[in-house]
Design a protein around this ligand. Sequence first.
Ligand code: IMP
Length: 172
Amino acid sequence: MEIERILLRQEQLQTRIRELGAVLSADYAGKTPIFIGVLKGAVHFFTDLMLHYPHPCQYDFIGASSYGDGTQTSGQVRLTKDVMTDLRDRHVVIVEDILDTGLTLRFVTDWLRSKHPASLKLCVLLDKPERRRADISADYIGFTIPNEFVVGYGLDYQELYRNLPYIGVLKP
Ligand code: IMP
């Protein structure tokens, strides 16, 4: 295993996700929001978060990937899957694993905003503000982390490690 150390244990993740679910529940009660998970990295965060949202809501998914599969984004983002729901006049919450340079989420939010939702908010499990290159910030943040490449709980390195139940720092 190429994991140098564990950054966030399974229990820490679950405790914080329960808190985020409670905040979203208070903010969106009575609104039937659409939660949009960004594939593939957000899968575990999305499903765990949704189990802590007890009110009526809908799910959809969008796929985006930045070219290149090392630990650096190329900056060029492309859509691999669009949403299936009509978002016009709906309350939309994008659910993503990590906000790093922000280039991916800048692209995804611009794309979804063009569908004229009533509101559009961003919920990320991890925020790495040191690396930001795009003008974007999240409305809901699980953890702010230092500038290290992390894997696990959905996050990958060359498509591996997504199935780790914790978030760890990869050996350089
Ligand atoms: P961006 O740099 O904010 O555009 O992030 C784009 C994507 O890069 C994220 O959705 C992740 O899939 C991936 N990414 C960014 N930082 C990490 C990391 O530390 N580990 C694994 N994937 C990352």
